[in-house]
Design a protein around this ligand. Sequence first.
Ligand code: GLC
Length: 472
Amino acid sequence: MNILFASSEIFPYAKSGGLADVAQSLPEELRKIAQVYTMMPLYQTVDRQNYNIVFSDFSFDIWLHGIRHQIDLYKNANNPYELFLYNPILCDREGLYHDNYGDFGDNHLRFAIFSYGVIETMLKLQLKINTIHINDWQTALIALLAKTKYHLSQKIVFTIHNIAYQGIFHKSVMNELELNWQECFKSDRFEYFDQVNFLKAGIFYSDVITTVSPTYANEIQTPYFGHTLDNMLITNNYKLTGIINGISYDVFNPSTDEYIYKNYDKQTYELKSQNKVKLCKELNLAEPHRPLFVFIGRFTNQKGVDLIVQSLHLLKDFEINVAILGSGEKYYNGVFSKLVDKYHNITIKIGYDEALARKFYASADFLLMPSVFEPCGLNQMIMMRYGGLPIVARTGGLRDSVVDFTDLHHHNKHQGIGVTFDEHSMFWYMHAITKAISLYANQKKYIKFAKHNMSVDNSWKTSAKEYLKVYK
Ligand code: GLC
């Protein structure tokens, strides 16, 4: 089985969200059983030297609407199956898709160049590929091109990591990208309220659609979660399936993690607390015997940061410590920066800091994840692997991976134990936190659950097999 995996971001080369982690860890697991080529844009921000990314002496042109776009092919010298496409329009700017959270106006062209480039690379190098796996709107055009321009025989598997981002552009794009109006500009295909929608094309033209958890596969067929594409997904649900993501068990491993203060595993669980003591000292949080609640993530409405912000002036009076790490939308960065140093038991760090994030996981007793919606979510899995309990809104992949500690008769073996809440309101969010505090007071029970979480299998082992099934 030979697979071509195309993604707009792959960890550690470039990352704006969980997609990059999946695009690294899923191919890594699949490579144990299949041949997997990965392709991503070689953004100017990728550290070529550090990762040994070298020119592969191969360039070609794509002509679109009378304009020549040159693509240079690069590869990872340590792994020639990792390919990188360089084109200046696609790659030479700061940030991957956004400029200060305003869209780049030419994103349609950038990712069309990439999509054409992926197919042309496969054809020109005569790669023997059975299945092309594409991800999110940035590579969705590959499905349309494969079916309407290139008439490829390869199976196209399209994964939706987040339906909130769709790639919607003016219809003049049809001409600019040399697409067939009659074939494509239809309301069940690429057309979208007299515009074009890349994600929608991916849904129509792919052979299989997957999304990153079973619950999200159902949710996106409803108006609330479907972000206007619910009907489109209902029509195409015969080829839609939910496969829960895994995390890399090599990268996220408390017994070998070099970023944390003290390594530990399930057998030496008591060593975990040394991490908390050191972190609290570093963050100026007193009384490290208190339960430590952490939030790690993008500051965006999806992640429930409004609840986080609004709860802080209540949590300041609790016998707990809170540590927040993240960055994101300008508005939220501003809100959080005003709260830095305001409360003695709450620390806020604004920025992306992998090393500090790992220390947070190693130290935390509870992870706060009150997402408004969450296609899969990876942080709750990382928290469990590091022996803590996630506090989650019961939506998407959070629902599939975490069961509430008071509801254990509904527990299946793939789920970890945490605290869950259904209604997205301050009342139920605070209720969840107070439940967590009451549980923590019963140390015997808390530790039993924390250790259970360390033995739950959220690696890719099971889910990679599911992908192999849909690839066939
Ligand atoms: C997106 C989703 C997140 C998911 C990730 C990887 O970032 O928001 O829930 O875990 O993609 O699939």
